[in-house]
Design a binder for this molecule. Structure first.
Ligand SMILES: [Zn+2]
Length: 434
């Protein structure tokens, strides 16, 4: 199939030519050209009508089934929120809940221009199934947690068994759109002995790694008190970081931690909304970028955000660093968009993605600029970073196929998803008496 998207303002995210006015030709799932071409014969033509076309957004850290816990527990710190409110309800989640919660997440993400996401949760063969059905790209991992120190029990560990089953069943599924990674949830939910076992298993598989690191000051202080080192140093001492690693949060990295991140080329998934809402703090992403670390952007779960809207994250990623550093040049609009696209693709290990250029993957979005808050605009990069809203996304393409066209999600039964989510929300409400 050959597709021509004509008459577009194209944000390529290619540093050599970030903005081009013209057309994009797509052959199957690959971009054939960007700009103008005389010898491209399209089977279908889409008129972008002067709207903005840019790479699809990459949500580099989320827990999609947590959409079912949206607005369930708010105005609490991470420890109270997680251990006293969220985990007790999560313990009751069935495979069906995970499936429909993941579909709800995919629906929300597609509607807001997200084409790929990195998802950490449990029972997530159902998340993988949902991602395959949605047509999105996804990196999926089973969050491993273990408070047992008996190494003899590790091989029989139920969570690890689940992680390996997920890997064997879904790595490379959905025509290669699904990647299964390994995941240690965090240092405060694991023992060093178990972390070593996780690192060895990850190296044996050659799988990517997705972790939470230094999300709160308390996590750092307790880790240093208990082990005499930071979470990053503890992970390293347990044999982590030999494979591609995506580390969420990183609000409190020391100078030594930053050196480890640089040495091992670890990506950071910045989650500004979640860090603000749980009062965890503000990650110094401007510095991380200057240090040459790949900084991506994520929403975290919908229970600590409370949505999966990358436009809000882009907005905050740029504004927070300017305000905190009293420097308007800190995290520019272009850098914020890069975090949300190119850097995200890199963090997830998706090659030739997050950039609109010949030979790259046809994962892109069309943003409708015929809106009051986008009228007029001068610089399309600024318009997306500072003015655009998630609902302005008109169409979403992954691997050359439209998942949403003119606001209509084509791959999902949205009425069924809504019905299940409302029913489940009612049941949680009834059970907790809220
Ligand atoms: Zn998280």
């Amino acid at each position: 199939m050959t597709t021509l998207i004509k008459n577009a303002v194209i944000i390529t995210m290619d540093d050599e030519k970030p903005v081009i006015k013209g057309d994009i030709g797509i052959t199957d799932d690959i971009i054939a050209f960007v700009g103008k071409s005389k010898d491209f014969t399209p089977e279908r033509t889409i008129n972008a009508n002067g709207n903005i076309v840019m790479p699809g957004l990459v949500n580099s850290h989320t827990h999609s089934p947590m959409t079912l816990l949206r607005c369930y527990a708010d105005d609490l710190n991470l420890q109270d929120w997680l251990f006293n409110k969220i985990m007790p309800v999560e313990d009751t989640f069935t495979q069906e809940d995970i499936y429909w919660g993941s579909l709800l997440g995919c629906w929300e993400m597609i509607s807001g221009g997200i084409t790929a996401f990195a998802d950490m949760y449990f029972l997530n063969k159902k998340t993988a199934q949902a991602a395959v059905e949605s047509g999105m790209r996804a990196n999926i991992c089973r969050a491993l947690q273990c408070f047992d120190e008996t190494t003899a029990n590790f091989e029989k560990d139920e969570r690890m068994r689940e992680a390996l089953e997920l890997y064997n069943m879904y790595n490379g599924a959905g025509e290669g759109r699904i990647t299964v990674e390994m995941s240690a949830h965090a240092v405060y939910t694991n023992t060093p002995e178990y972390l070593m076992f996780v690192a060895q298993t990850t190296d044996r598989l050659g799988a990517g790694m997705h972790v939470h690191i230094s999300e709160t000051r308390r996590e750092n202080e307790e880790c240093i008190k208990k082990y005499g080192m930071t979470p990053t140093a503890l992970f390293k001492s347990c044999g982590f970081f030999n494979t591609r690693t995506n580390a969420a949060h990183c609000v409190y990295l020391s100078d030594e931690d930053i050196n480890i991140f640089k040495e091992y080329k670890i990506s950071i998934a910045n989650n500004p909304t979640s860090n603000l809402k749980l009062a965890s703090g503000i990650a110094p992403t401007g510095r991380y970028i200057r240090e040459g670390i790949n900084v991506a952007l994520g929403t975290d779960g919908a229970a600590s955000n409370n949505n999966l809207n990358m436009f809000e994250e882009i907005h905050l990623a740029a504004l927070l660093q300017k305000g905190v550093n009293e420097n308007p040049e800190e995290v520019t609009a272009y850098e914020a968009l890069k975090m949300a696209s190119t850097n995200g693709a890199k963090a997830l290990g998706i090659e030739k993605c997050g950039i609109l250029k010949k030979g790259c993957r046809a994962d892109l979005i069309i943003i409708d600029t015929d809106k009051p808050h986008l009228t007029p605009y001068y610089n399309p990069v600024s318009a997306v970073a500072y003015s655009a809203q998630a609902a302005d996304v008109d169409s979403v393409m992954v691997a050359g196929k439209f998942l949403m066209e003119k606001r209509e999600v084509k791959t999902l039964d949205t009425e069924k998803i809504k019905h299940y989510a409302k029913k489940k929300g009612g049941a949680i409400n009834a059970a907790c008496g809220c």
